[in-house]
Design a binder for this molecule. Structure first.
Ligand SMILES: [Zn+2]
Length: 499
């Protein structure tokens, strides 16, 4: 605020008359005094928060661990279109505040079926650890701030620690009632984080709520804190509820917090694990010819396969930037034909992010009747019924050059597999993909079911393309993945898989 005024003042003096300058200076001083007052108030509130959360004990805190059992709600990624899935998660976040190290463990699912995620930043590098494959991957994208996918924001004490560092920059923005009690509003922006606004209870000094801008304009992520607890004289909320875009997102079922714990072994990688090769760089959009009239195009996590049928193109893979991929393919093939069909793999929001483009390109959507609503919603334009071609179990198009199979798994009740008959190429989404240059990816149980489905359909697949990767896997990779399938095991010493 003050900086902005200073700049305006400088340019004004240079171009205008003295009396106006005096008026302007007066306004500037007045506003500066107001801002200074607000800043003093901000510091007072920050101090009251620090005191409420443990004072010296908090400011001298060396490490903390928060183990949460949470229920989360999955929008746009449910197994059935039109429904909202509920997911059980157990997370453990260990923070070494002195050396800026972090470890994140996540167990998703229940004891019978779970997946594991393990990431850490050891002070120098970010690591992603795969306990099933017994590999460690160095990942430049993993930092002290994001290794835990921002799970630490669910703990009010962690927010107070961020606030503590921003004491001089925090802004007081008035008061607000929350749960019937008057709260002070503090806004601050810690480095590497979006701007946060805290509601601080005037009576207790506890943070009742944190708000962060949502990516949808005018919407917020709201973190609600309640059930205050204390360990070793440091305070924390026993319960956190997160909402966003006016929908419930996550809530704590149980929470365990430790302060100043022994972190000697928390940030080291497991012994005997192989270092995983660096992933292929897919950052640039690229189109490649895979076989006669068959093209693969994409970048990052969004790929499509196109077939030139003679009269028109048909494609599978509906990620955003579909138009760019199509243009790249037409340029490579040196032809200009319309996109007549797009096979929509399933109803998950990321795979529908190119629907608007497909609609604009004039394509008809090959799908199941259950997904028409989600496609229409994602396209955001009026689409007449004749733009949808539904299949029941299976369908064949372009004189059998393109065949589609409906496959059901826990990921999606309907996930369409697209088979390009002449090239013996299968395109799938969220089932079989790798960003590594070599080696077969880890199989899920669903992949074994895919194999049975392909055998049943009589498809003799020699190559596998995927919505999320530009690497085309081979039949040998597919068989290798299935042969080395092992159910997820709980890593040694991980209590959270058993709780
Ligand atoms: Zn999906």
């Amino acid at each position: 605020m003050r900086t902005r005024f200073k700049n305006a003042e400088t340019s004004y003096i240079a171009t205008s008359k003295t009396n106006f300058t005096l008026v302007f200076l007066f306004i500037t001083i007045f506003l500066t005094m107001g801002a200074a007052k607000a800043d003093e108030k901000a510091k007072q509130v920050v101090d009251s928060v620090i005191l409420a959360y443990g004072g010296d004990k908090l400011t001298k805190l060396k490490s903390l661990r928060v183990v949460d059992k949470t229920q989360s709600f999955s929008y746009g990624q449910s197994s059935m279109a039109g429904d909202i899935d509920n997911e059980l998660n157990q997370t453990s976040v260990t923070l070494d505040l002195q050396n800026q190290r972090i470890e994140y463990r996540r167990v998703r699912g229940d004891k019978a079926h779970f997946t594991i995620e393990h990431q850490l930043f050891d002070g120098n590098q970010g690591l992603s650890i795969d306990h099933s494959m017994r590999t460690v991957e160095q990942n430049k994208g993993i930092t002290y701030l994001n290794a835990d996918r921002n799970q630490h924001l669910n703990l009010d004490t962690a927010l107070v620690l961020l606030l503590l560092k921003q004491r001089e920059q925090a802004q007081y923005t008035g008061t607000q009632y929350y749960r019937g009690e008057l709260h002070d509003k503090l806004s601050f922006q810690a480095e590497g984080y979006p701007k946060m606004t805290l509601l601080v209870n005037q009576h207790s000094g506890y943070v009742g709520k944190m708000m962060q801008a949502h990516w949808l304009a005018g919407q917020f992520f709201n973190y609600h804190f309640s059930d205050m607890q204390q360990t070793k004289g440091i305070y924390y909320a026993g319960h956190t509820y997160v909402s966003g875009d006016n929908k419930p997102l996550e809530l704590t079922v149980s929470r365990k917090v430790e302060f100043n714990l022994d972190t000697t072994h928390s940030f080291t990688q497991p012994a005997g694990y192989a270092v995983k090769e660096q992933p292929i760089d897919f950052s640039q959009l690229k189109a490649t010819k895979l076989a006669d009239n068959i093209y693969l195009a994409g970048s990052n996590w969004g790929f499509s396969v196109f077939i030139d049928t003679g009269e028109y193109f048909a494609a599978a893979g509906g990620y955003f930037q579909l138009t760019q991929r199509f243009e790249a393919v037409k340029k490579l093939a040196n032809v200009d034909k319309p996109l007549k069909y797009l096979v929509v793999s399933h109803h998950h929001s990321d795979h529908l992010s190119g629907m608007k483009e497909a609609a604009a390109l004039g394509a008809s959507f090959i799908t199941v009747k259950e997904h028409i609503g989600a496609i229409r919603e994602s396209a955001g334009v009026e689409l007449p019924d004749n733009r949808f071609v539904t299949i029941d179990e299976k369908g064949a198009f372009a004189d059998g050059k393109l065949q589609v199979l409906d496959f059901a798994s826990s990921h999606s009740n309907h996930n369409l597999l697209t088979y390009f008959t002449d090239a013996k190429l299968l395109f799938s989404a969220d089932l079989f993909a790798s960003h590594q240059a070599t080696g077969a990816p880890r199989a899920t149980k669903a992949l074994i079911d895919v194999k049975a489905k392909l055998v049943d359909a009589g498809f003799k697949v020699s190559h596998f393309a995927a919505a999320h990767s530009g690497r085309v896997l081979t039949a040998a990779d597919f068989h290798q993945s299935i042969a080395s399938f092992t159910p997820q095991v709980c890593p040694k010493g991980w209590q959270i898989c058993h709780d």
